[in-house]
Design a protein around this ligand. Structure first.
Ligand code: NAP
Length: 437
């Protein structure tokens, strides 16, 4: 009222503002109020949105790092024909370290130029953490699975303005999807951004476990040449039966990459792959993963964590594995019972376990997977190579542009939309909550 003479346009904007404040963005769109008015409304400083971003700490050696390479290959199309992220523009050089606090996912200029506030923190856990202090009035939360802000029901309830939890990566199990649906908080992720990165890591870990690479490397680091010590647990993967639980984007990419190694390839999934793919890669399909693992030399888990898959490898199912099997899990730590895995390695039921996913993250110093025998664990790094970061940083920017411009987010990126599982979420997740211990 204090501004110049009200016009119809301004009244529309004011009405739009009220609707937005009540988290009625979808209804406002449906009512046709935001189509033109929303953008100019958004560009004024009066409507600043707060974007809260949780990223992992900077390198201990300082930021920016000294890069080993000057560029990364430009990937424009994923293997299924989907394009890589297409934001209007980016403010970073692909190949830069974007996933740590000072990298800011390359978002600061874009957000601040558009009048929004960006808060970036690594302080995400425990009473009084910076994340909780800022969540109260945040509109968007961005978190990476590698260093996740667990967005529990309590946290969602404490954030009345929250519109969306955006995963800078793939896998939104750190968000309580039930609570998100109940509070109409959208959940989205950058589907496919790092699936190939992870599949490369899986193949690396299969080879390194089966060939006993890590202990052999350690002999050299220690100044030794103990060939017999190295090879007493070293085999070839050629001819081994390798089975993936799930043949989605990562699982299928693993199978394709292993095909030239002349392994016998198996998979289990809720949906069967097209016959031509099965024939091209000589794949054997199983509809029950518990039956498949009885015959496998190597098992790799590539399904999402949701209420159906949590602790699928437990005290009962571990006994179904062939003695001496290798288990590779780059999907989520809580697919496996941590104590069952360490015991299976100690007793020889498993010959090796490798992966990069733990629960919680970061894991405490006494987590049993740090010290168990014959493991090849890394921190959660497979999906955050510099190559992957360029894609998911661009993907997050694309998603934010969609929100700010009131255009729809790609179907593939949607996990929860307007209170229900949607897009990839409807296809690959089940309702429930897997955020707690
Ligand atoms: P995706 O393309 O959506 O594939 C997931 C597959 O899992 C789908 O084919 C789905 O089956 C299948 N699935 C779901 N529940 C299943 C069950 N109970 N039994 C058997 N199959 C089941 O996802 P993606 O890109 O391959 O990623 C998979 C997971 O890897 C993510 O959810 C995430 O947890 C993890 N990940 C880890 C990293 C990392 O950095 N370590 C990075 C990216 C992803 P249908 O769709 O056929 O129903």
């Amino acid at each position: 009222k204090s501004s110049a003479t009200p016009t119809d346009g301004k009244m529309v904007l004011r009405l739009a503002k009220t609707l937005v404040a009540r988290r009625g963005r979808q209804s406002a769109c449906k009512a046709g109020l935001l189509k033109t008015g929303f953008r100019s409304f958004r560009s004024s400083t009066a409507v600043t949105d707060k974007v809260l971003c949780v990223l992992y700490p900077d390198p201990s050696t300082g930021f920016p790092p000294s890069y080993a390479r000057d560029s990364i290959p430009k990937i424009e199309i994923y293997p299924d024909g989907q394009t890589t992220p297409t934001p209007n523009s980016i403010d970073f050089n692909p190949g830069e370290l974007l996933g740590c606090v000072s990298g800011e996912l390359g978002l600061r200029k874009f957000l601040e130029d558009n009048g929004h506030e960006l808060v970036v923190t690594a302080d995400k856990d425990g009473d009084g953490c910076e994340f909780d202090a800022h969540l109260k009035d945040a509109h968007y939360v961005i978190s990476q699975p590698f260093y996740p802000a667990y967005i529990t029901a309590d946290r969602i309830a404490s954030a009345p303005n929250l519109r969306a939890a955006i995963t800078a990566g793939i896998g939104s199990d750190h968000v309580d999807l039930d609570a998100a649906m109940k509070h109409k908080v959208d959940v989205c992720e950058v589907t496919f951004c790092n699936s190939i990165s992870v599949s490369e890591h899986v193949v690396m870990m299969i080879l390194s476990l089966v060939r006993n690479y890590v202990p052999s490397y350690q002999w050299i680091k220690q100044g030794g040449w103990n060939i017999a010590d190295c090879v007493q647990r070293s085999y070839d993967v050629e001819g081994m039966k390798v089975g993936t639980v799930a043949a989605g984007r990562i699982g299928l990419a693993v199978l394709k990459r292993l095909h030239p190694f002349d392994c016998k390839l198996h998979y289990c999934d809720r949906h069967r792959l097209p016959r031509e793919i099965e024939e091209r890669y000589s794949l054997t399909y199983w509809n029950d993963w518990k039956e498949m693992v009885k015959e496998m030399d190597v098992v790799t888990l590539n399904c999402p964590l949701h209420s159906e898959t949590e602790h699928m490898v437990n005290a009962d199912t571990i006994n179904l594995f062939k003695r001496g099997a290798y288990l590779i899990n780059t999907a989520r730590g809580k697919l496996c019972d941590k104590h069952v895995i360490s015991k299976a390695l100690e007793e020889g039921q498993l010959a090796g376990y490798a992966g990069d996913v733990w629960f919680p993250q970061p894991p405490p110093s006494n987590h049993p997977w740090r010290d168990m025998p014959w493991h090849g664990m890394t921190p959660h790094t497979s999906g955050t190579s510099l190559s992957a970061q360029a894609r998911y940083a661009a993907g997050v920017r694309e998603i934010l542009e969609c929100y700010f411009n009131e255009t729809s987010i790609r179907d593939e990126y949607q996990i929860v939309t307007d209170g229900a599982l949607a897009g990839t979420g409807a296809h690959s997740y089940s309702e429930g909550n897997a955020t707690s211990g």
